[in-house]
Design a protein around this ligand. Structure first.
Ligand SMILES: [Ca+2]
Ligand SMILES: [Ca+2]
Length: 343
């Protein structure tokens, strides 16, 4: 079986691109690193980044949302052509609790939520009920910051195969740098462009593999569904009417992969990207390998989470936080660059 056929099995939409890449590149190839993290090689290619759907079009398909929510998506436009000029390895899954523990144990790194003494966020039933009460309504969905919460404890049960949460952008940098030093490969967060290219995997729809219908999302992603809604009754109108099987996080890889062989790009845990956020960046973005704005105040996260509504779990949706933010919904997925030998 030659490389092109192997690529075609996992990334059929990019078969031609895969066959034309330089020797050594092997799109669809899966490699495993020293922490047991699996990475899928994503081929070079081009795609249309962003979304220019009108509020009217979105209102038709998301009837329960207020109109203002659609207007706020203007940073997804304009749709613009982007070329990813080099293949890269992207984590097949979000970084798991078990993998993050291995990193902590081997490196001695102290995650930011512990090092700064303020802790993370977590689910607390009593706090949550207060949030959902009209008379005691608080300003956040989750309790925090509190030292009882960290990557070890988001307030609900997770085993080692669940996505790690409460990790900051700076924690992701630390893990990337440590892995790079240990292995001699370059690890980093994906740029926004790399992330969206990988999420779409050749698709132009809101939800790769299943199309544009928000009701199809539970087939491919763990988001805010019928199982989660009873915990947040004030948000029940935005929940998927069907169950995706998980009220909180799911073990990574519980859902079918996209055409590149990547799991949970949508839902489960939000994923930090390398880029600063600039709502006007797309209008001036270079075509080739856009690096993101040169400066900014907040970092982009992508993909939605186990607690996200369908409108915010599209490949083109952009959200952001400061690099120090740690939260019950935010995790990471790392990228490993393909080296000169094609490894
Ligand atoms: Ca769910
Ligand atoms: Ca995810």
């Amino acid at each position: 079986m030659n490389n092109c056929v192997v690529a075609g099995l996992l990334a059929s939409v990019f078969l031609l691109t895969a066959c034309s890449t330089k020797p050594g590149a092997l799109p669809g190839q899966v490699v495993e690193n020293s922490l047991g993290m699996r990475f899928v090689q994503v081929p070079a290619g081009e795609f249309s980044m962003g979304s220019d759907e009108t509020p009217q079009a979105l209102a038709r398909d998301y009837p329960q949302y207020e109109r203002q929510r659609f207007v706020e998506l203007s940073d997804e436009a304009p749709v613009h052509r982007v070329r990813i000029s080099r293949a890269f390895f992207l984590g097949q899954h979000e970084v798991t609790v078990g993998q993050f523990r291995k990193f902590i144990d081997a490196s001695g790194y102290v995650p930011e939520s512990i090092a700064d003494g303020t802790g993370g966020y977590g689910y607390n039933q009593a706090y949550n009920f207060a949030y959902n009460s009209a008379t005691t309504r608080r300003g956040d969905l989750f309790e925090g910051r509190d030292l009882k919460y960290s990557w070890r404890n988001p307030g609900f049960a997770q085993d080692d195969n669940h996505p790690v949460l409460n990790v900051t952008w700076n924690d992701a940098q630390a893990m990337s740098q440590w892995l790079s030093q240990q292995e001699g490969f370059t690890y980093r967060l994906p740029t926004e462009a790399e992330w969206e290219y990988a999420c779409r995997a050749g698709s132009t729809s809101r939800y790769p593999s299943v199309g544009d219908n928000p009701l199809s999302l539970p087939q491919i992603a763990n988001t805010f569904d019928a199982d989660a809604a009873p915990y947040w009754p004030a948000m029940a109108a935005y929940a998927q009417p069907d169950s995706d099987g998980f009220a909180f996080t799911a073990p990574v890889g519980s859902f079918q992969p996209n055409a590149f062989g990547l799991h949970d790009m949508l839902g489960n845990a939000w994923e930090w990207t390398a880029d600063w956020h600039d709502e006007a960046y797309y209008a001036a973005s270079p075509v080739a390998d856009p690096p993101g704005p040169l400066e900014g105040s907040v970092r982009v996260r992508r993909g939605g989470s186990w607690h996200s509504w369908a409108l915010y779990s599209r490949c083109s949706y952009r959200n952001w936080n400061s690099a120090q933010t740690r939260y019950t919904l935010v995790g990471m997925r790392l990228l490993r660059e393909v080296d000169r030998a094609g490894r």
